[in-house]
Write a protein that binds this ligand. Structure first.
Ligand code: ADP
Ligand code: MG
Length: 386
């Protein structure tokens, strides 16, 4: 058997090829015993694996128990049909998180039509695009986005059809129906003289999504996810963690959907109607989670001069859009009421930043900014909590 190890931050990928049998199992067992310190995400890439015996399966099960004890995850990926048959026969398919081998796709010669924070979008043919994730994005991301996009579509969310998860070299991707449309951000830029009308449409669209019921057996619960992010964030002390979780637990449980990244760069303007894309963070929760991230992009990124770079909407225009949006969403609140609303929104902005800090999006400079930003968003005495 061939065994290769790659470590990236807290993720270890072990690539196995050949036969994982009684002769080969001790080599894998030794790695699991000796090298898993600080690893929270263990990936077994079994692309080249031809056979696994009961001894090999027991080692994999052991790996899963170790990761569970360390509050981490094990993913077995690139499972071929013969290996999937063995997992099913043994019953391990019921306890292991595994992903089947995906169709290989090459993007050589394909036109790149857009680039986002997590991936690039290529035109495959007149009706289909592929969104390819960057290597730094975690391995389960494509599967998760595909699954959530399908569930959201079935729940009644206007979104592109998602066809299948594919693999391109070391990268994962999702094939989508191609939307022949501009993003709402670009549409706003091009129709700046009609901004009132376009923002009113944006508000109506967000409210439409926020009125769709979602159950937590299909979608993750945002409060539960958020409590997990707070627990995993190493720069909070116990007092700060308790404060944030107590506040999160007081969140109204409205049982409706959120997108959690619903800025105008993730909405497409198709003819006269709007359509959501980038569905990997869909969840059930209060609209305030969404409003927090919308404000983050339109207000905070714009204040850093980054909104234009990020979604193509000019920074000054983005600030205007945010003011019009929040006033429209809450039906013209008086100034005091608006202040209280924005204070609530800021708490949920901080929460999203904990998540973005943890997944490392934006590199080290952005991570440091996010950390400072989280403290700025919290009450003054938050930093002094012990
Ligand atoms: N189904 C689609 N049809 C046409 N263009 C798309 C589609 N999905 C994504 N895009 C384009 O690709 C860009 C990046 O996609 P997105 O899903 O937002 O990735 P990221 O997670 O990196 O933000 C979008 O802003 C949009 O311009
Ligand atoms: Mg996006």
């Amino acid at each position: 058997m061939k065994l290769e190890i790659l470590v990236h931050a807290q993720r270890m990928t072990i690539t196995l090829a050949g036969q994982l049998d009684v002769n080969a199992a001790p080599a894998l067992e030794a790695v699991l015993d000796q090298q898993l310190q600080n690893i929270t995400e263990l990936v077994l890439d079994v692309d080249g694996l031809e056979y696994v015996s009961s001894v090999g399966l027991r080692v994999i099960l052991h790996a899963q128990q170790k990761m569970k004890a360390a509050h981490g995850n094990l993913l077995v990926k690139n499972v071929s049909q013969p290996i999937a048959d063995i997992l099913e026969m043994s019953g391990l398919d019921r306890v292991l998180h595994f992903q089947r081998k995906h169709r290989q796709l090459s993007v050589a010669g394909l036109q790149m039509i857009a680039k986002g924070a997590n991936g690039e979008c290529y035109k495959v043919n007149e009706d289909t695009v592929v969104k390819l994730y960057f290597d730094f994005v975690d391995d389960g991301c494509a599967e998760r986005e595909k699954e959530l996009a399908t569930k959201a579509f079935v729940a009644g969310v206007p979104t592109a059809l998602s066809f299948e998860v594919v693999q391109c070299g070391t990268r994962n991707g999702v094939m989508y129906e191609m939307l022949k449309a501009d993003t709402l951000a670009l549409y706003m830029e091009k129709n700046i003289e009609r901004l009132d009308e376009v923002v009113a449409m944006y508000v109506r669209f967000c409210k439409q999504i926020h009125a769709i019921a979602g159950d937590t057996s299909s979608f993750p619960d945002a409060v539960t996810l958020a409590c997990g992010y707070v627990d995993a964030c190493e720069f909070f002390n116990d007092g700060q963690r308790a404060f944030m979780k107590e506040r999160l637990m007081r969140t109204e449980r409205c049982g409706t959907l959120i997108h959690w990244d619903m800025h105008p760069g993730n909405i497409m303007m198709q003819g006269d109607s709007l359509c959501l894309i980038d569905m990997g963070d869909m969840a059930v929760g209060t609209p305030y989670f969404d409003l927090g991230q919308i404000k983050q992009v339109l207000h905070y990124y714009a204040s850093l001069g980054l909104c234009h770079k990020f979604i193509g909407l000019g920074d000054a225009n983005a600030m205007r859009v945010w003011q019009m949006f929040v006033v429209g969403y809450f039906d013209n609140p008086d100034p005091d009421a608006l202040k209280a609303i924005e204070a609530d929104i800021d708490f949920y902005r901080a929460i999203k930043n904990v998540y973005l800090y943890l997944c490392g999006s934006g590199g080290e400079t952005m991570r440091a900014r996010r950390r400072d930003f989280i403290f700025q968003m919290m009450p003054k005495d938050f930093a002094e909590l012990k």
